[in-house]
Design a protein around this ligand. Sequence first.
Ligand SMILES: C[S@@+](CC[C@H](N)C(=O)[O-])C[C@H]1O[C@@H](n2cnc3c(N)ncnc32)[C@H](O)[C@@H]1O
Length: 303
Amino acid sequence: MNHEPVLVEAVLEGLAPGRAASVVDCTFGRGGHTGAILSRMGPTGRVVAIDRDPDAVRAGRRLRDPRLEVVHSRFDALRGICGERDLTGRVDGVLFDLGVSSPQLEDPARGFSIRARGPLDMRMDPGEGEPLGAWLARVSERELAGVIARFGEERHARRIAGAIVRARPLETTTDLAAVVERAALARDAPIHPATRTFQALRIHVNREIECLEAALPAAVDVLRPGGRLAVISFHSLEDRVAKRFLRTESREVPGPRGLPSMRRPRLRIVSDRVRPSPDEVAANPRCRSAVLRIAERLPECGL
Ligand SMILES: C[S@@+](CC[C@H](N)C(=O)[O-])C[C@H]1O[C@@H](n2cnc3c(N)ncnc32)[C@H](O)[C@@H]1O
């Protein structure tokens, strides 16, 4: 199973990896972006690729490119990963291509699929944390509604949570999708009525927002001055996290009257909101909601 990388040209243009660059790909997946970045590098270039999914790591290690090291980890461990490799403050580019890969979505056994029957799991790393089914079996209706509302931005969260709780015990993804579909009352929408709920549950199971919030400051720490950070997100929630972070880090915090600035900006925004072209969306419909943001680390200036 393959994964078609999104916005590849824009990522290459934004990160502009030199022939001897050191780049960290925080979301290796099936290596689409890593491969494109390596193709721009010479023999002394280096990519440290991270993925929390052991299947992705296995696929990466099979590539046997001496310039590529694939690390099985969550990307919020970025500081430690770079520190152990003496890369802190020396990285030329950091990439996040958020969310799940096509092989994860399309393998029913991973439990992400709305349409293919599989276990209620949804963990990107099956060795970490609690599978969806175990959480669903014990969660209160109120907490479940909160997760569906917050991470799915689903208007019918309370009704859907009530329906799920009444339908317990649930065994498979398709059982869950059918319950949500009956409760969501959005059968005329262009997407499956359970899409937002499945997205919310996946984000919750994998602690996706917390990981991203912890990893973005770490990414700035590991970059060298002039190094670039690229973030591709696929829904408004994670894009909002990226947007707020980049805006905050690129703004000077003024000091009290007459005193110097409290905090100098650490980043300069290079591209605020790059979207795929209609041609790219036609060729790869999965990228229709992708948003790319790029920023550059500014030189330190003492306060
Ligand atoms: C959209 S795919 C990346 C695809 C990749 N850019 C490519 O071209 O093949 C996202 C990948 O990031 C991984 N991932 C998501 N969140 C992660 C996290 N917090 N830490 C490490 N890997 C993560 C997923 O397991 C998945 O393989």
